[in-house]
Design a protein around this ligand. Structure first.
Ligand code: NAP
Length: 326
């Protein structure tokens, strides 16, 4: 088969479409013939040599895919050759075939093209596990999503609205904020022109957001904690603004607030399977019913993964960038 390889870390040109051995499904795994994969920020770090795959994972990039089951390994029940699926991966999605633990497979939702389903596993699993399983967003509460037009953001807005929460977003342009509003966002903040702490305070009658989904890490830590409501929960999922910051514990303590931080990729198989099962139970019916949809900015041929990485680096996209396998 062909896959995107990274012979030497570097810029987008480091991604090389090359012939490699076919993966073989081990016990408990399924072989998927890939129709499409999608680009995640973590792939950019892996390409630069800054985020190595966990031990035992495929060396090729790609944390999600959609396609058809091509073979079923020993000990797998409930999936058959030909099934249309999408999957959460520890790597190897930028390829024509990938072996996946069966617990990380999901069916293609009703009414969706198999290609579009590649946009779903990372964003649904990340948003559901952080915003709902860890931060317990409830109906009537307010969620602040940083980077509302990102792949993650576009899913967070829709899921929070679907459960009856109020949603605030930050984004860097009016066009992106307008798109977030179309998805249902109630409070729009341009992070380049406005102070999000002040804006969200005013928009919530002084209370602040109950939950914040944060992609920035260090750069926003102090501001996020100041913005949070009493009993608020800050869920950190990204480090785009650095890894080290000072924390005012008195502010956290007075608000009786909590901070969590999780990464999906390095979790044990059983935890990933539990998240995928929860997503299938709670999120899939919303997609099947058309209340929540994947947001796809564009599709590029998988051999042009370099072009797709450039799109993410420029942040010229809204939603997900797909890579379609030949
Ligand atoms: N922990 C996990 O398990 C996990 C899993 C998946 C993703 N993630 C993380 O989630 C984040 C989003 O991922 P993605 O794949 O959806 O990425 P993406 O589509 O490339 O989005 C990145 C976002 O960052 C926003 N941004 C940049 N500077 C900002 C600032 N100063 N304030 C607020 N937003 C800012 C961008 O907004 P503009 O375009 O408007 O500038 C853009 O929406 C990334 O940090 C990624 O690493 C974590």
């Amino acid at each position: 088969m062909y896959a995107i390889t990274i012979p030497e870390p570097g810029g987008p040109e480091a991604l090389v479409w090359d012939e490699v051995p076919d993966p073989v499904p081990a016990e408990g795994e399924v072989l998927v013939e890939v129709v499409a994969s999608a680009v995640n920020r973590a792939d950019l770090l892996q390409r630069q040599g800054l985020y190595n795959p966990p031990s035992g994972a495929s060396p090729y990039p790609g944390l999600e895919c959609s396609g058809r089951v091509a073979a079923v390994g020993p000990g797998v029940f409930g999936w058959a050759v030909g099934d249309e699926v999408c999957a959460l991966l520890s790597g190897g999605g930028y390829a024509q075939k990938v072996a996946v633990p069966a617990g990380q497979l999901l069916p293609v939702p009703t009414g969706l093209d198999v290609r579009q389903a590649a946009a779903l596993p990372e964003v649904t699993c990340t948003v559901w596990s952080n915003v709902f399983m860890v931060a317990h967003l409830r109906p009537g509460e307010t969620l602040l999503v940083h980077g509302g037009s990102s792949g993650i953001g576009t899913m967070a807005i829709q899921l929070a609205k679907a459960v009856g929460a109020k949603v605030a977003v930050t984004a860097g342009t009016k066009e992106k904020l307008d798109f977030c509003a179309e998805l249902g966002a109630d409070i729009l903040i341009n992070y380049r022109e406005q102070d999000f702490v002040e804006e969200i305070k005013q928009a919530t009658g002084g209370a602040g957001p109950d939950v914040i989904l944060d992609n920035m890490g260090a750069k926003y830590l102090d501001r996020n904690v100041r913005a949070l409501a009493v009993n608020g929960r800050l869920a950190i999922i990204g480090m785009q603004g650095g890894i080290k910051a000072e924390l005012n514990i008195a502010t956290l303590l007075n608000k009786r607030a909590a901070i969590s931080a999780t990464s999906l990729r390095a979790r044990p198989l059983a935890e990933k399977a539990a998240i995928v099962a929860a997503v299938r139970e709670h999120v899939w019916p919303l997609i099947d019913a058309g209340h929540v949809r994947p947001v796809v900015d564009r599709e590029l041929p998988m051999s042009d993964a370099a072009g797709a990485h450039r799109v993410l680096e420029e942040s010229s996209h809204i939603g997900k960038v797909l890579l379609v396998a030949p």
